[in-house]
Design a protein around this ligand. Structure first.
Ligand code: UDX
Length: 469
């Protein structure tokens, strides 16, 4: 009697449990994937840690805290740390998660499957938390690994056993031979010093993260699929080298995730009106993702560089972006730059990057930011900090050639003159923007369509002049 069309759809389609690594740069793409699945009629239960669940709920408009506007249930389990413990300490967090979360995930699935709701038929877990795939396998549920960064970096991780065999690293991930590794021609060359695990935290954290990665790559063997948020056209060599990785990207969240659950901070949309008032292709967008922390000296140098550049800029200054608690800006700075600079604590980044006033993206090269800039045809100024960001920089500057790198001085600081000069160089030469606009087509068009010559000519003759290929 209470059957309706929604019940029918729910009966027809399986119920997916999606579980991301508990970091902003992983939650956003997992949410974008969930949204795609929901748009195809699936039901998704999205599992955050309690800590992130609260952050996401606080960043949502009122009244939306437990269910996004579509069929995504937002639920949570503990991450194993106490409320006051430091979740930025990735070693500490990783070990606590490993201890507590598998059991909690199993309990959650048992609870859902024992209730009136449809049973969980598939677990999609971030490749970075292999234990979630192991839980699925143990419970005889289909398992899918989702890698939210580039195929090149995943290929490198899957290649860890070979790196050990060849004596390039030891069993702890410590680099034994300094060199650049290029897994195949046309893939970015990755310096051993830039290996993902080698640039996360201190030595102890690096070892913990490495062991965790080794376990996670073993766990991938139980997965039926390894999905990757990238496009074949962006990384043909990596996908050819590691054909087990399946590209499904770029998954962008912007239009689909409007006012939806995924952000840890509330987006400040006032900057969009400010962008409306700027000239086309005039604004430098400056953002470093969710994790990067600046020391005070470097922060001042960047602030002064933006002033020196005499161009309009929009700069995301997260409340926790510096290592000081006092006002980090140079004296009188905000007043001096007020006429052409905007600082916000968290921007609606994808809408910002799609805005016609943006000229370039000064970025830390997180993979999501990289995909978002590419999909909008923007050139980059690269300022990588850790994890996969150095490889992404190499893609941007050496492989796709749509950006420039900064040089640091002998004390490891990027000076204001260097920043200003690179901005001028990037925007002074149209080649970067021209290449970026071309690459946009590759990023968002993931299909090669083969006609017969005869029909190809007929089709192109019906197209407007500039669209023949
Ligand atoms: C982390 C790692 O640093 C990154 O290298 C890895 O590839 C993914 O995990 P993060 O540093 O947060 O991610 O960077 P990034 O991957 O760029 O993700 C940040 C996300 O936050 C992007 O989707 C971006 O659109 C969003 N964002 C950022 C906002 O919505 N507003 C902002 O103001 C800044």
């Amino acid at each position: 009697s209470n059957k309706n069309f929604n019940n029918f759809i729910e009966w027809l389609h399986p119920h997916i449990l999606a579980i991301p690594v508990p970091a902003q740069g992983h939650v956003i793409p997992m949410m974008a994937l969930s949204q795609c699945l929901v748009n195809h009629g699936f039901k998704v239960t999205f599992v955050n840690t309690d800590f992130n669940h609260n952050r996401v709920a606080n960043a949502l408009p009122d009244g939306q805290s437990h269910m996004t506007k579509d069929r995504i249930d937002l639920v949570s389990i503990p991450d194993g740390l106490e409320p006051g413990e430091d979740r930025r300490d990735l070693g500490l967090l990783t070990e606590a998660m490993r201890r507590v979360m598998p059991g909690k995930l199993e309990e959650l699935i048992e609870k859902i499957n024992g209730g009136d709701d449809e049973k969980i038929t598939c677990v999609i877990a971030d490749q970075g938390i292999g234990w979630a795939l192991e839980v699925a396998a143990k419970m005889k549920i289909k398992a899918v690994a989702f890698w939210t960064a580039s195929a090149a970096v995943l290929a490198l991780k899957l290649n860890i056993p070979k790196l050990i065999d060849e004596g390039i690293i030891d069993n702890d991930g410590t680099v034994l031979k300094s060199q650049a590794i290029q897994l195949a021609p046309n893939m970015p060359a990755i310096k051993t010093a830039d290996f993902v695990w080698a640039c996360i935290g201190n030595e102890t954290t690096q070892k913990i993260m490495f062991q965790f990665m080794v376990r996670s790559i073993k766990a991938v063997q139980v997965a039926d699929w390894i999905l990757c948020n990238s496009a074949y056209g962006l990384e043909p060599a990596a996908f050819t080298f590691a054909p087990e990785i399946f590209p499904i990207g770029p998954l962008l969240a912007s239009s689909r995730l409007e006012n939806s659950a995924g952000n840890f901070w509330q987006q400040d949309s006032t900057c969009l009106q400010w962008l409306d008032q700027q000239l086309p292709s005039s604004v430098i967008y400056v953002a470093f993702g969710s994790f990067t922390i600046f020391n005070q000296t470097q922060f001042l140098e960047l602030a002064l560089a933006l002033e020196l550049s005499e161009r309009p800029f929009l700069w995301v200054v997260r409340p926790d972006i510096t290592d000081t608690t006092s006002d980090p800006y140079p004296e009188g700075y905000k007043e001096r730059v007020a006429s052409r600079g905007q600082m916000v604590s968290w921007a609606p980044q994808q809408k910002v990057l799609a805005h016609p006033s943006i000229a370039c993206f000064l970025s830390h090269c997180g993979w999501n930011s990289t995909l978002e800039g590419l999909s909008n045809g923007l050139p980059f100024l690269c300022w990588p900090y850790f994890a996969d960001q150095f490889t992404n920089e190499s893609y941007i500057c050496d492989v796709w050639k749509v950006g420039l790198k900064f040089e640091k001085n002998e004390t490891g600081i990027v000076l204001k003159e260097e920043i200003k000069n690179k901005v001028d160089q990037l925007l002074g030469d149209e080649i970067y923007t021209a290449r970026a606009r071309k690459l946009k087509e590759v990023a968002i068009t993931n299909v090669t369509f083969v006609n017969t010559d005869f029909n190809h000519n007929r089709v192109t003759n019906t197209l407007p002049d500039d669209q023949s290929h």
